[in-house]
Design a binder for this molecule. Structure first.
Ligand SMILES: [Zn+2]
Length: 386
C-alpha cells in the first residue's frame, strides 16, 4: 500500500508548526484546539468522518472513522497531539527538513506518528480498496500529563484492536512499565528543641524508613528481569520534614515513585511497602508511619501470539522486507489504558530522537514506512471487500 509521500511530509511539517504544548505542563500554553481542528479537517477532506471528543473545554481529541463495508474487524490507530514545552530550543516550530530529518518540538514525540496515521487513513480512503471493518484514528489530547484524551476515547469507542504509534524505530513494542506514586508519612512529636525528653524526631525516624527502603530498592533491581522491560525499581523522589530549627519535627514525608513491570500491580506494590512498615513497627512499637497510594498507571504487555501482533508483524515484514524486532520500552504509554479497556493493543512507530530534549527530530523515511505499515496492517486486520 503506497502512501502520498509529499502530502505526508507537508502534513507533518504543518503539524510541527502548530504549537500544541500541553497547558498543564506550561500554564498559558495553547493546548490541542488548533491542532485538533487541523486534524479533523484533514480527515474530512480525505472523505473520513471526524468528531471531536472534548471532556474539558480547550482539550479536544479527534476521532476519525473510515467506515468499513461490514463483516470485518475494526482497528484503532492512536497518536497524541500534545507536546511538552520548548524551553531552551531554537526554532521549536520549525518543521524544516535537513538530511532526511524533520526538526521541531513534537516531530518525534509524536507528530511524525500522527502524520503517519493520517497518511495511512488518507491513502486507504483515496484508494480503490474497500475495508470490511472500520479504521479509526484517535488523535488524542493530554498524553504528556494525565491522558485525558485516551481516557475519554476508551469510554466512547469500541475497537477490536489498537496500535499506539509512539516512536519505536520501526520495531514492534510489546511491553512497557507502569508506575505507582506513593506518599509515606512518618509521625513524631513536636517539642521545643531544648526538650529532648518530650520530642520525637520524625526526620530521624524517616531515616530508619529510608534505610529499609534502600534495602527494598536493591532487592527490586536484583530480581530476575522481565524479558522485555527489565527489573522493577523505585526512587525516593522528594523529602519534606520539619518546621524550624528549634523544633522537633512532628512529620516527615517522602514521595516515592515505584516503576512496575508486567505482572505487578499497585496492590502488590502497596503490600510490599506495608510489609516493610510492619517490620519497623515490630522493631519499635512507638514507630508510627502510614503509606498512601495517590496515583498509578498499570504496566502493559501483549503476547507475541496475539492476533494484532501477528497482523502487524505480517504487514511490517511485507513493507520493510524483513520481520521487525519485538522489543519492550520503559516509559508508560497510552497503550496501558487501551489494553485496560479490553482492546488488544500493540505499539509501533517511526525512528528519531530528542523527546523532551532541546533538539528533536524524526526520520522522514521512517514516517513514510510507518504509514505504509499501518495501511497494510489495516488491510490485513480489517479485511478487504472483493
Ligand atoms: Zn509520546
Amino acid at each position: 500500500m503506497k502512501v502520498d509521500r509529499d502530502d505526508l511530509v507537508s502534513t507533518l511539517a504543518d503539524l510541527v508548526r502548530i504549537n500544541s504544548i500541553n497547558p498543564i505542563l506550561v500554564p498559558g500554553a495553547p493546548g490541542e484546539t488548533e491542532i485538533a481542528g487541523f486534524v479533523a479537517s484533514s480527515l474530512r477532506n480525505a472523505g473520513l468522518d471526524a468528531e471531536l471528543i472534548e471532556p474539558e473545554a480547550g482539550r479536544p481529541s479527534v476521532l476519525g472513522r473510515l467506515q468499513g463495508g461490514g463483516g470485518g474487524r475494526s482497528l484503532l490507530l492512536n497518536a497524541h497531539m500534545d507536546t511538552v514545552g520548548v524551553e531552551g530550543m531554537t526554532n521549536p516550530f520549525d518543521g524544516s527538513v535537513r538530511d532526511g530529518r524533520l526538526y521541531g518540538r513534537g516531530a518525534y514525540d509524536m507528530k511524525g506518528s500522527l502524520a503517519a496515521c493520517l497518511g495511512a487513513a488518507k491513502s486507504l480512503a483515496r484508494s480503490k480498496v474497500r475495508l470490511r471493518g472500520d479504521l479509526l484514528i484517535a488523535a488524542v489530547a493530554d498524553e504528556e500529563y494525565g491522558s485525558l484524551g485516551t481516557a475519554a476515547v476508551v469510554k466512547n469507542v469500541r475497537a477490536d484492536a489498537a496500535i499506539v504509534t509512539e516512536p519505536t524505530s520501526l520495531r514492534i513494542c510489546r511491553a512497557h512499565k507502569g508506575y505507582a506514586w506513593i506518599e509515606v508519612l512518618v509521625l513524631g512529636r513536636a517539642a521545643h528543641g531544648s526538650r529532648f525528653e518530650e520530642g520525637i524526631d520524625a526526620n530521624l525516624r524517616m531515616g530508619r524508613f529510608l534505610s529499609a527502603l534502600e534495602g527494598l530498592e536493591r532487592e527490586l533491581v536484583g530480581r530476575p528481569p522481565h524479558s522485555l522491560v527489565g527489573p522493577p525499581s523505585l526512587h525516593a523522589a522528594t523529602l519534606e520534614g520539619g518546621t524550624g530549627l528549634s523544633t522537633y519535627a512532628a512529620r516527615s514525608i517522602v514521595k516515592i515513585e515505584r516503576r512496575t513491570i508486567p505482572g505487578e500491580s499497585s496492590v502488590s506494590v502497596m503490600a510490599e511497602l506495608e510489609a516493610l512498615l510492619t517490620r519497623l513497627r515490630a522493631e519499635d512499637p512507638t514507630f508510627r508511619a502510614e503509606a498512601r497510594l495517590f496515583f498509578s498507571r498499570e504496566p502493559f504487555e501483549v503476547s507475541a501470539e496475539a492476533d494484532i501482533v501477528r497482523a502487524l508483524d505480517a504487514a511490517a515484514s511485507r513493507v520493510l522486507g524483513s520481520a521487525p524486532a519485538q522489543v519492550g520500552d520503559t516509559p508508560w504509554m497510552d497503550s496501558a489504558l487501551l489494553a485496560g479497556a479490553g482492546i488488544e493493543t500493540v505499539v509501533f512507530g517511526p525512528h528519531g530522537a530528542g523527546a523532551h530534549a532541546k533538539e528533536e527530530w524524526v526520520d522522514v523515511e521512517s514516517v513514510v514506512q510507518t504509514a505504509e505499515v499501518l495501511a497494510e496492517t489495516a488491510r490485513v486486520w480489517c479485511g478487504v471487500a472483493p
